[in-house]
Each structure stands twice: as structure tokens, then as C-alpha cells.
Design a protein around this ligand. Structure first.
Ligand SMILES: Nc1ncnc2c1ncn2[C@@H]1O[C@H](COP(=O)(O)OP(=O)(O)OP(=O)(O)O)[C@@H](O)[C@H]1O
Ligand SMILES: Nc1nc2c(c(=O)[nH]1)N=C(CO)CN2
Length: 162
């Protein structure tokens, strides 16, 4: 059975546009029909003394279960040489699982929907580009409403190089 998933990707180290492209290519091994939002340049959230991020949200279909999908995104983060030194600090690539159909999933290492998306413009604005009418299965609000709660001054459309 195919499941519709939404992933949030972020990067603020090295060649950020290339990092997003590499992560999407690696995802495509196990996720079909990958479609991504426009790229946004976003002010750092949390730990502020770091460079701006590029953020996107991607949708796709997969036969993987939630834990298998989690293993895939972690292996891509590791393969791309992520080094994590500071909480909320700089990273080559960060991939969060936002939704898995409209299911709820909870384990000690994985919670779906992602529990920390509310208030994050860098997640909700690109998500609203792909799925404005999707109803969040916990908050019971449309993504466009959740995006409207966030501060739009913290992100800009990024002009990708060709
Ligand atoms: N839906 C989810 N997607 C990704 N990670 C999740 C999810 N739910 C729980 N986690 C857990 O969150 C942990 C912390 O993730 P990570 O190291 O990427 O933190 P972070 O990206 O700095 O913070 P945040 O998760 O708030 O964006 C992961 O190791 C994972 O176990
Ligand atoms: N703008 C922005 N800020 C962040 C991001 C991110 O992806 N974008 N990720 C973080 C760790 O999850 C911490 N802060």
C-alpha cells in the first residue's frame, strides 16, 4: 500500500542548493513521485548565531512504514555527513517527517505528525504551497491557517540558480 508523506528539509552549511538536490535524489530511491515546494531562504530559528537556511517541503508516495521511513531519512542525513554540535545549530541537511497520510504515530524516537511544526514559518509556509487545505490530524486546522499564524518576515522565496 502506498502512503502519502510530507517531509521538511533544511540546510545552512556548504552548497545549500546542492544539499537539497542531493537529499531529494537519495529519497527518490524509496519515495515515488517526489514533488517539492519552492525553495525558501529563512532566518535561523532557535539558535540565532548561524547562517540563513534554505528550507523546502517535499511530498511523495512510499510503501515504507513510519520506522522504515525514519531509518531512511536518518541514513541520508548520516550519508551526507551531518555533524551536529549545537542544538538547533548549523547542519548540512535535516529531514523531518511531517505527515504520514493522516495517521498518528508515536514511539520513543518518532512522533508523527512532527510535534514541533506549529509556529515554524520555515515548515508551514512551504507546506501550505503543497497542501493548503490538508487538515492537521491533531490541531484540526487547515495548513493555510497554521501558516497564517506564523511570522512571514522570517522567510523569502529563494531564486535557485539554473
Ligand atoms: N516526525 C519526526 N521526524 C524527525 N525526527 C523526529 C520526529 N519525531 C521525533 N523525532 C526525533 O527528534 C530527534 C531530534 O531530531 P533532530 O536531531 O533532527 O533535532 P532538530 O532537528 O535539532 O530539532 P527539531 O526536531 O525540533 O527540528 C530525532 O533524533 C528523532 O528521534
Ligand atoms: N530557519 C530555520 N531554522 C532552523 C531550522 C531550519 O530548518 N530552518 N532547523 C533547526 C533544527 O531543526 C533549527 N533552526
Amino acid at each position: 500500500m502506498n502512503h502519502t508523506i510530507y517531509l521538511a528539509l533544511g540546510t545552512n552549511l556548504g552548497d545549500r542548493q546542492q544539499n537539497l538536490a542531493t537529499a531529494l535524489r537519495l529519497l527518490e530511491a524509496q519515495v515515488q513521485g517526489v514533488h517539492s515546494s519552492p525553495i525558501y531562504e529563512t532566518a535561523p530559528w532557535g539558535y540565532l548565531e548561524q547562517d540563513n537556511f534554505l528550507n523546502i517541503v517535499a511530498r511523495g508516495q512510499t510503501r515504507l512504514t513510519p520506522p522504515q521511513l525514519f531509518n531512511l531519512v536518518k541514513s541520508i542525513e548520516n550519508e551526507m555527513g551531518r555533524v551536529k554540535i549545537i542544538k538547533d545549530g548549523p547542519r548540512l541537511i535535516d529531514i523531518d517527517i511531517l505527515f504520514y497520510d493522516n495517521q498518528l504515530y508515536n514511539s520513543p524516537t518518532l512522533e508523527i505528525p512532527h510535534p514541533r511544526m506549529r509556529g515554524r514559518s520555515f515548515v508551514l509556509v512551504p507546506l501550505a504551497d503543497l497542501a493548503p487545505d490538508f487538515i492537521h490530524p491533531v490541531y484540526h486546522l487547515a495548513i493555510r491557517q497554521l501558516a497564517a499564524e506564523t511570522d512571514p518576515s522570517t522567510l523569502w522565496l529563494y531564486n535557485p540558480r539554473p
